[in-house]
Design a protein. Structure first.
Length: 437
C-alpha cells in the first residue's frame, strides 16, 4: 500500500484531461507512458500505446494464456475530468493529499485509483498467474469521443477475453462489496423556443407579448409531475430495482442534499437512480441576472439530459422526448430540437462461472456478502464489448463508492477500497487459473 500511494501520487500529477483546449496533449501522452511502463513492471509481457481516431492513446498490454487457460481483460482509464474551479478544492487537484484517512485528488477514484488497484492485484499474483491477462487503459473515456470503441471494432483480436473486468464503478458503500449489473443509457437533446423577432421593452409590451424564457420554463416543467417524478409522454417510468437497497438517508448524505429539502419523486431511491428514466436540465441559455435589461426574451434554449434504464431503447426514448417537447410547448411558440448522440443502456449477464468466482473472491476479501447495484452513468464501451464478444462475461466494479465525489471538487478515494478490491481481483485471477489446471 505505501507503493500504491506513491504510484497514485505520481499518476495524479499528470493533468490528463483529454481536451487540448484546457491542458496540453503532452500531459495525456506522459500519463499513457507511465501506465504502460507500470503494467510492464507488474508482469505484463508486452504493452504499447495505440493512437485512436480521436487522437487519444489507448494502453494495451498482454500476458498470453498458456495451454488453453482463460484470458481476463482488465479495463481502466487514465484520463480525468477537468478539475473545475480550483477555489472549490481544499487542496491542489493534481496533488495527492491525505485527509482523515482518504486520499484526495482529481482521478484518485475515477479512474486512476482503479489503475493502481489493477497493478496491486497483478503484483500480488507473483510469477505464476495461471491465466492470460490483457490490460486496457483508455485515454479519452471522460470526453466520450469514442476512440476505444472504434479500436475494439477495428481490432477485436486485441480485446478477446473470457472475462472482462471494467474497473470504473464502485461499491454501494465503503466495505460493502458490490458488482454493478446495469448501466443507464443516455439520450440528450437541446431544445430552443422562439417567440419574437427580437427583444422588446417589457413595459411597453409585457403581458401579451410571448416571453420565450417563460415558454421554455413552462415547457420544462411538463417533464416532472407534482411529486418530482420524470414524466415523458409514452416513456415507461414504473420499473423496479431488485438488487441492493439505497437508503434515503445515505443518498441524502452522498448527494449533499440540504437539510429540510425533500428528495424528488415518489419512487424508492434505488428504483429512481437505477431502474427508471431521469430527466436533468443541464443548462439554459438566457440573459444573465447581472446586466439584464427590462426586455422580453425572444428566444431561449436548454440542454436536457435523459438517462435511460435497461429495457428501454435509447433511440425510442429520445424520440419520445422530442415528441413530448413539440406537443407541450405553450402559446404555439416555435420549438426546435437538436438531437445529440445516444448511448444505449447495458445489462450484464450474471449467471456465468466468472461471476460466481468473482463473487466468492469479493466476499473473502471484504468479509461481507456481495450485492448488486445499478449505475446512473453510462459506459458505451460495455455495449461494444458485449456485441463484439457475446460469450464473454462482463463485470463492472471498482473503487468509486459514493463518498468519492467523482467529477466534483475534492474527489477522493478510501485506500481500503483499493486494497480490498486488489486482493479480491488477485484471488479471482488465482482461482480462475487454478480451476483450469
Amino acid at each position: 500500500m505505501p507503493r500504491a500511494r506513491r504510484e497514485l501520487s505520481e499518476l495524479i500529477a499528470f493533468r490528463s484531461v483529454a481536451d487540448e483546449r484546457q491542458y496540453p496533449r503532452e500531459e495525456c501522452v506522459a500519463a499513457a507512458e507511465w501506465v504502460r511502463d507500470a503494467f510492464l513492471d507488474a508482469g505484463i509481457e508486452s504493452a504499447e500505446l495505440i493512437e485512436t481516431i480521436d487522437g487519444s492513446y489507448a494502453v494495451v498490454g498482454q500476458r498470453k494464456a498458456v495451454g488453453g487457460a482463460p484470458t481476463v481483460l482488465l479495463y481502466s482509464h487514465y484520463d480525468v475530468q477537468p478539475p473545475g474551479d480550483s477555489a472549490l478544492w481544499a487542496s491542489e487537484p493534481f496533488e495527492l493529499t491525505e485527509r482523515d484517512g482518504r486520499w484526495y485528488g482529481r482521478g484518485s477514484a475515477d479512474c486512476k485509483g482503479n489503475v493502481v488497484m489493477h497493478l496491486l492485484a497483478l503484483r500480488a499474483l507473483g510469477s505464476d498467474w495461471g491465466v492470460g491477462v490483457t490490460v486496457v487503459s483508455e485515454g479519452s473515456e471522460e470526453m466520450g469521443t469514442g476512440g476505444l470503441e472504434d479500436l475494439v471494432e477495428k481490432r477485436p483480436e486485441l480485446f478477446a477475453a473470457d472475462v472482462i473486468i471494467i474497473a470504473d464503478t464502485g461499491n454501494a458503500a465503503v466495505g460493502q462489496p458490490t458488482v454493478t449489473t446495469t448501466l443507464r443509457g443516455i439520450a440528450n437533446v437541446v431544445v430552443r423556443v422562439d417567440t419574437l423577432a427580437g427583444e422588446v421593452h417589457s413595459g411597453m409590451y409585457g403581458g401579451p407579448a410571448p416571453d420565450a424564457l417563460a415558454a421554455l420554463i413552462a415547457l420544462l416543467a411538463t417533464l416532472r409531475d407534482e411529486h418530482g417524478n420524470t414524466v415523458v409522454d409514452d416513456l415507461p417510468a414504473d420499473q423496479a430495482w431488485d438488487g441492493v437497497d439505497y437508503a434515503p438517508e445515505r443518498f441524502r448524505a452522498d448527494a449533499g442534499v440540504l437539510d429540510g429539502v425533500d428528495l424528488a419523486g415518489s419512487a424508492s431511491v434505488a428504483d429512481a437512480v437505477w431502474a427508471r428514466p431521469a430527466l436533468t436540465i443541464l443548462g439554459i441559455d438566457c440573459p444573465p441576472v447581472v446586466g439584464s435589461a427590462a426586455a422580453i426574451s425572444p428566444t431561449a434554449s436548454a440542454r436536457l439530459n435523459l438517462r435511460v434504464p435497461p429495457g428501454i431503447d435509447a433511440q425510442v426514448a429520445q424520440d419520445a422526448l422530442v415528441a413530448h417537447l413539440h406537443a407541450h410547448v405553450p402559446w404555439n411558440a416555435r420549438v426546435s430540437v437538436e438531437r445529440e448522440a445516444i448511448g444505449s443502456p447495458f445489462r450484464a449477464r450474471t449467471d456465468g462461472p466468472g461471476y460466481a468466482a468473482l463473487g466468492d473472491a469479493l466476499e473473502e476479501a471484504f468479509g461481507a456478502p456481495v450485492g448488486s447495484a445499478g449505475q446512473g452513468g453510462s459506459i458505451p464501451l460495455c455495449n461494444v464489448l458485449a456485441q463484439t464478444f457475446p460469450h464473454a462475461e462482463i463485470v463492472l466494479m471498482g473503487v468509486e463508492e459514493p463518498q468519492c465525489r467523482i467529477h466534483a471538487p475534492n474527489e477522493s478515494v478510501d485506500p481500503s477500497e483499493i486494497e480490498n478490491l486488489a486482493v479480491a481481483e488477485a484471488l479471482f485471477l488465482q482461482t480462475l487459473g487454478a480451476s483450469d489446471r
